[in-house]
Design a protein around this ligand. Structure first.
Ligand code: GRF
Length: 210
């Protein structure tokens, strides 16, 4: 195992790996994962956590009977301390729910090295481009601006960088001449919703090693 990555244990249908899914928005990826988990798997979502109390995706978790909470930035805390205090609150929720693997699914906050090191190897992200191309918050816009003819999505283990860390899976999507940001995003999401559950199956059954 390299660079301090500690992967999750191998789960089973009887004793699935306990997932937290972290979101910021509508949570279509979360909804797809919850549909996938309607069949017993080696992983199960036990907590949905958003960085906003009104994140639309929280409804998907609640609808599935899963604890689903908003943990907003603590605005009463001084700015310099706000990020770390927020991450401590998030971390406390993860610990309280006995979470074993954290799944970032459209979570729009950059995590600090402190948080990453606590969960390293048990912290996954999906990014809507073929990394290392087009990291950052505007992957589709950047891909279109660069004239890319192929883009896609990447699932990777999170390290201390931004959209870096070992790549576990990628899937390509053609960029069409008529694509705008919204159209491209929707087509990439279709493949994201297949790739992420597949990677979770593999990592939660011990099939991934670094
Ligand atoms: C996905 O495209 C994901 O790759 C990106 O944010 C989007 C989240 O969409 N990081 P949703 O909230 O799951 O619909």
């Amino acid at each position: 195992m390299s660079d301090g990555f500690v992967l999750p244990r191998a789960g089973t249908e009887e004793d699935p790996v306990r997932l937290a899914v972290l979101i910021s928005g509508g949570g279509s990826g979360l909804a797809a994962l919850l549909r996938y988990q309607q069949t017993p798997r080696c992983h199960r979502t036990v907590l949905v956590l958003a960085d906003k109390t009104d994140a639309g995706g929280l409804q998907h978790g609640r609808g599935a009977g899963i604890k689903s909470i908003g943990v907003p930035l603590p605005m009463h805390v001084e700015k310099a301390e706000r990020r770390v205090t927020h991450e401590q609150l998030v971390d406390a929720e993860l610990e309280a729910a006995d979470v074993e693997l954290v799944v970032l699914s459209g979570y729009m906050r950059i995590l600090s090295p402190w948080f990453v090191r606590r969960w390293k190897g048990r912290l996954l992200n999906i990014h809507p481009s073929l990394l290392p191309d087009f990291p950052g918050a505007h992957a589709h816009r950047d891909a279109l601006a660069a004239g890319a003819t192929v883009t896609g999505c990447t699932v990777h283990l999170v390290d201390e960088g931004v959209d870096s860390g070992p790549i576990l899976a990628q899937m390509e999507v053609e960029v069409r001449p008529e694509d705008d940001e919204g159209a491209l995003q929707e087509r990439v999401k279709v493949v994201e919703h297949v790739v992420y559950p597949d990677v979770l199956d593999r990592i939660c059954s011990g099939l991934i090693s670094l």
